[in-house]
Design a binder for this molecule. Structure first.
Ligand SMILES: Nc1ncnc2c1ncn2[C@@H]1O[C@H](COP(=O)(O)OP(=O)(O)OP(=O)(O)O)[C@@H](O)[C@H]1O
Length: 627
């Protein structure tokens, strides 16, 4: 039988009667259709190659763009993760012990450690691909969702032993996999383009007609090419998250370097990549953004490669100059035959010291924040908040506090979660943005504006929904003007908060640093909001902060809307109260608010919105120039 592939000949392709039999089976009409479609898909790929020879410009542009961005960026967070297996006789064996970590879009993470440290176990649990019978405790979430079967669709897993149908050629393998794995709604031309693109990106173009392996007398793929083919197979669906189990094992140093460079390039495009890796050279380690050193199922270190050197030096372990630092750590964290108990003691001490280190605290803070942001389900909070205030906002002395409380909930909910949620936006995208900026694809202000426009639907819908729920359940002033003005103000508040968060995000290179400065700032905003301390009693040297406090402006404006013109607040007869506030004006002056400042407050909010965005663009431009 002749090969289904036409075009130029290759010694490896002729006499190909051994392609997947189902694809050549003409007795079944559906299979015949499949076979026809596959044949024409492969043909299309070939045609595309032929054309691409004459399209150098297209290649250059694609190279400049670095291919496509992943369809969905993925943040994976795990907290207090322990993994056990049940041994014969029902005994439990712990393989991973209370491990926490985070992997974000655009980062390449290395899981390292001596043999038996738990790397493969941890990675398979994170990928939701652990063997049956594995008991997992702790939390693992991807983009806010606890991991589940969806991980098989939404993440790729490159196994250590790449198994292929050996007598297929590279292009046949990828075409079949494209057909099986890619979205069924994608057109044949779309699939072809993707295969074509991957072959070029992963340097497999010249080997496209080479058989994967096995058959005597034929040229077969090298180890490095096999790994790259396995990588290309996982990239077909363009997952945001990719797991690679020992991708460099069995490769010479040049091939290993080439493969890790490809992983790095994919990460720079926005993917999250987690690899287990065995004793990498210093050059390889330099490609990784984060190292996770495991020992005896625990974390011995997490952070940058240079941070690892400092951490171990702080414990008194100095890596000799002639030594590869990763070999040094792994030797240090391995059980030495004959003195296992002393080794275990030393490993325990390293892990304990890391658990109380600054790096571990920073990591904890980052993880805590991720979980906090994931858990802040807006509508659920709105409902809970609304129910707490159910019907309490009446025109009585107690009702005054309830109205002010409900207003503050609206302001706070539209301030804090959104402000912190954008903190990582710019540091995360900075490598890709910087590369595209250098390629002259757009300017800094244009990128910034596009980023903000992308957020816009959420910036309008979220505050509207939240206010809608809290406002009516709490029973705030039931007039169209009061309600619509409150919605308008809550949208404004959220937008100022996002502008402020964006400024901190652009000004600081990492989220922990941005948080370190933002937390004291947001406390001062809150304290000068008018709810906790009377504005007139704030010390003079601090009172200027209130000019920056959009919480104060919005609190004043929303209070004016609720209380303007109100004349009939009930005083409790028979109850000894120091003062009785019977009009709306008295309520406002109780909080040091002025009834004629409504439009001043709106203007101040608009001004803060503009200033924060301008500062953010300037900070971003400064960072790109500095880099
Ligand atoms: N199903 C199982 N039953 C019992 N012990 C297991 C099981 N799976 C793994 N282990 C043990 O758990 C420990 C961690 O295994 P794991 O494969 O995760 O280590 P690793 O760090 O990936 O090692 P390597 O680098 O050698 O692949 C090892 O001691 C291993 O023997």
């Amino acid at each position: 039988m002749s090969s289904p592939i036409g075009g130029e000949g290759s010694g490896t392709r002729d006499d190909d009667s051994s392609l997947n039999p189902s694809l050549n089976n003409t007795s079944d009409s559906s299979n015949a259709g499949d076979s026809y479609e596959l044949t024409s898909t492969v043909k299309l790929v070939e045609d595309e190659f032929e054309r691409s020879k004459y399209e150098p410009l297209f290649l250059e542009v694609e190279e400049a763009l670095g291919g496509v961005r992943p369809s969905s960026p993925a943040t994976l967070v795990w907290r207090d993760l322990s993994v056990h297996v049940t041994l014969r006789g029902g005994m439990l064996k712990r393989l991973v012990n209370g491990v926490s970590g985070i992997a974000k879009p655009g980062t390449l993470v290395a899981l390292m450690g001596p043999s038996g440290a738990g790397k493969t176990t941890l990675m398979s649990v994170l990928a939701h691909r652990s063997p049956v019978g594995t008991i997992v405790e702790g939390e693992i979430v991807m983009n806010g969702r606890p991991v589940g079967d969806f991980m098989h669709r939404e993440s790729g897993y490159m196994h250590q032993d790449d198994l292929f149908v050996e007598n297929l050629t590279v292009i046949e393998h990828l075409s079949i996999m494209a057909r099986l794995r890619m979205d069924r709604r994608m057109s044949r031309v779309g699939r072809t383009r993707r295969v074509n693109q991957l072959l070029r990106q992963l340097g497999l173009y010249s080997a496209r007609h080479t058989r994967i392996g096995g058959l005597d007398g034929y040229k077969t793929l090298s180890g490095g090419e096999r790994k790259r083919l396995a990588f290309a197979t996982e990239l077909l669906t363009d997952p945001g998250l990719l797991f690679c189990d020992e991708p460099t094992t069995g490769l010479d140093s040049f091939s290993a370097q080439k493969l890790v460079s490809l992983l790095r390039a994919s990460a720079v495009q926005g993917k999250t990549i987690i690899c287990t890796i065995h004793q990498p050279s210093s050059e390889l380690v330099a490609h990784f953004d984060r190292l996770v050193l495991l020992a005896e199922g625990r974390i011995a270190y997490t952070g940058t490669a240079s941070g690892a050197l400092n951490f171990f030096e702080s414990l008194g372990y100095h890596c000799p100059l002639t030594y590869n630092p990763t070999d040094f750590y792994i030797k240090l964290l391995a059980l030495t035959p004959g003195s296992e108990s002393a080794s275990r003691q030393a490993i325990k001490s390293v892990c304990d010291r890391f658990a109380v280190s600054d790096a571990a605290k920073e990591l904890d803070m980052e993880i805590h924040l991720e979980f906090h942001l994931m858990n802040s389900e807006n509508e659920a909070i709105a409902l809970t908040a609304g129910l707490c205030f159910l019907g309490t906002a009446r025109l009585t002395q107690e009702g005054i506090q309830d109205v002010q409380g409900a207003l503050f909930i609206i302001i706070a909910e539209n301030t804090f979660s959104p402000m912190y949620s954008v903190l990582n936006m710019f540091p995360e995208e900075f490598p890709l943005f910087h590369r595209e900026l250098r390629a002259g694809l757009y300017s800094t202000p244009l990128y910034y504006i596009a980023r903000m426009i992308a957020l816009l639907p959420g910036l309008l819908v979220e505050p509207t929904l939240f206010t809608l729920v809290v406002y009516w359940i709490a029973g705030l002033r039931a007039t169209f003007r009061a309600f619509s003005f409150t919605v308008f103000l809550s949208i404004l508040v959220l937008n100022v908060a996002i502008a402020c968060g964006s400024f901190f995000s652009c000004a600081f290179g990492s989220m922990p640093l941005a948080i370190a400065y933002l937390v004291p700032f947001d406390y001062s905003l809150m304290m000068t909001s008018g709810l906790f301390i009377k504005l007139s009693s704030i010390p003079k040297y601090l009172s200027w902060i209130r000019n920056l406090s959009w919480l104060m402006y919005s609190n004043e404006a929303m209070s004016i809307i609720q209380w303007e013109g109100v004349q009939n607040i009930t005083c409790n007869v028979g109850r000894l109260t120091s003062t009785c506030l019977s009009t709306g004006d008295q309520v406002l002056s109780q909080y040091d608010f002025e009834s004629d400042r409504l439009w001043d407050d709106v203007l101040a909010l608009l001004l803060l919105y503009t200033v924060f965005h301008l500062l953010a663009v300037l900070a971003l431009r400064h960072r790109t120039r500095r880099k």
